[in-house]
Design a protein around this ligand. Sequence first.
Ligand SMILES: Nc1nc2c(ncn2[C@@H]2O[C@H](COP(=O)(O)OP(=O)(O)OP(=O)(O)O)[C@@H](O)[C@H]2O)c(=O)[nH]1
Ligand SMILES: [Zn+2]
Length: 317
Amino acid sequence: MLARVVAQHTEQWLVQPAGDDGPPRLAPARGRLRETGTPVTGDWVALDEGGAIAHILERRGTIIRRAPGEVTDAQVLAANVDLALIVEPLPEPNTRRAERLVALASADDVPATLVLTKADRADDGGDETAAALARQLGLLEGLAVCAKTGEGLGALRTLLRPGETIVLLGVSGAGKSTLVNALLGEERQATAAVRAEDDRGRHTTVTRELITLPNGALLLDTPGIREVGLWDGVGETFTDIEELALRCRFPDCAHITEPGCAVRDTVDPVRVEAWRKLVREQQWIEDRRAAARQREERGKSYGRLQVEARRAKGRDD
Ligand SMILES: Nc1nc2c(ncn2[C@@H]2O[C@H](COP(=O)(O)OP(=O)(O)OP(=O)(O)O)[C@@H](O)[C@H]2O)c(=O)[nH]1
Ligand SMILES: [Zn+2]
């Protein structure tokens, strides 16, 4: 039976069978899945006759970050996403962080829209800031919203289409849960996300939960993100710089003092530096991953040598 994973709990998943409007049910995963990678919210899965998750269907539109504090481990935050909302709070949205969030989405071709929250804290309502930042991030759309006054919620709603899966990406405190609640209005029901205290006593949302809006759009909050580590390249956040760089006179141009540099005079130096930093970070991650693979390979060939040595010894005996 086909089902959609609507929330993750410890060792169990809340699944909604396809075409079933009843309440979602809890399902364990078959042992095999624990080794190949466990389901995440948004996954389409096949349930076996006992109601356990037997198989994860091929994912598209994934949001993957580097696991916090890790280099060689990825963490899939969401699967089968149609649209990512890049959530940053007003009055001072963090451009560098927004670039990273856009990169996470565009790495798997998920379209993104900028949403600046807490518009009541910006003197001018935040619309211009949203439009300017969206342009800078290479996004088609940017809006300012306020969960308290309802400003901008109507415009945001028009982007949330029935049947589509929309993920909210933003750091802890950006106002994602408050925004989800505002969009839900009075419809918020028993599936309300569980709030719990983390080890530092902060309140945070513990389940990644797919919430159905009144119009049938599916919203996925990614709670408690404090670290936005890139996993699969800088995506399309900086394609303008990358394209310009192709026109620099020197292929290894650092875009600082070189003559014939196409980037330096056109792009804000702060952005060039941000781009350079992300590229370096990605390079560093890839080097570390390559080293880890090499270590693993060496481990395997050492194992083979031992086996051969034992065989040779066997022949001598
Ligand atoms: N002034 C103002 N404050 C807001 C608004 N929306 C949210 N906040 C406040 O911002 C704080 C963080 O909001 P949350 O919705 O919990 O943030 P979050 O992004 O869901 O955080 P995590 O669940 O930890 O990821 C809360 O104190 C909210 O009351 C808004 O529109 N205006
Ligand atoms: Zn250059």
